[in-house]
Design a protein around this ligand. Structure first.
Ligand code: NAI
Length: 214
């Protein structure tokens, strides 16, 4: 398939398509029309056609989409057909919660290690993965060819740790620390800020309340 630049907006929507198609597959659905998918996803059928046309369009007039094929192709686009080796830095509340979430592994995100500075956490294991001390980090990252590091540490430590990870070959940072990392261009950073999502929720509540007071 020809590679072309896909807009960020489309890429943001792909995981949702992937989830819906995965559920359809689990229920034995082999094909689906854009109208049917549209009803389920509450997205317009034309949006679906437009989005999926970015990849050459997998649909056929009068047949709809082949669910398995579309699921597989979107998985490929999202880079899910290959495993990704991941570590978590910071074994506190959030780091432990992420480490405990087994479903990431099903998507191919393999948790190789968890690191912390707190010696009291040394030796603890989460789903069989031991918490290691930060002194081992550089060597571990190189030996295990770690690709992704999740940062769940205080923000004042995040920049320094991220730079260290990059120097040791980590290519992508899943950043939960509330700070911008400004890393070299070749490093991929995905920021996740639940509080921003919560503020959007609060905005929607606010707007709803105002509209219903009129
Ligand atoms: P926590 O205090 O429970 O855990 C932080 C852990 O990081 C501790 O175990 C600590 O020993 C460790 N740590 C500190 N410096 C370190 C270093 N240099 N290297 C390795 N480990 C180090 O805190 P919690 O609740 O787990 O939050 C962690 C971070 O995630 C905080 O920065 C918090 O603001 C952020 N956070 C972000 C959210 C988001 O949506 N982005 C949601 C919740 C928390």
């Amino acid at each position: 398939m020809e590679e072309r630049e896909i807009s960020q907006a489309v890429i943001r929507r792909l995981p949702r398509y992937y989830r819906y198609l995965g559920e359809l597959l689990e229920h034995g659905v082999e094909r689906i029309s854009s109208n049917d998918l549209s009803r389920r996803m509450k997205v317009t059928a034309s949006q679906i056609r437009q989005d999926l046309n970015n990849f050459g369009g997998f649909g056929q007039q009068g047949y709809g989409y082949n669910v398995k094929y579309l699921y597989t192709e979107i998985g490929k686009i999202l880079g899910l057909e290959e495993d990704h080796r991941m570590i978590i830095i910071g074994a506190g509340n959030l780091g432990q919660a992420l480490a405990n979430y087994a479903a990431f592994e099903k998507r191919g995100f393999i948790l190789k290690g968890i690191f912390d500075v707190n010696p009291r956490l040394a030796g603890m294991t989460i789903r069989g993965v031991p918490v290691r001390m930060i002194e081992e980090l550089g060597e571990f990252v190189k030996d295990n060819e770690v690709e992704i590091a999740a940062l769940t540490i205080p923000k004042d430590k995040a920049i320094e740790v991220a730079e260290f990870l990059v120097v040791n070959g980590v290519r992508a940072i899943w950043n939960f620390a509330h700070t911008d990392l400004n890393l070299p261009e070749h490093v991929i950073v995905e920021n996740v800020h639940l509080s921003e999502s919560l503020m959007q929720l609060s905005y929607k509540i606010n707007r709803f309340n105002k509209e219903h007071k009129k």
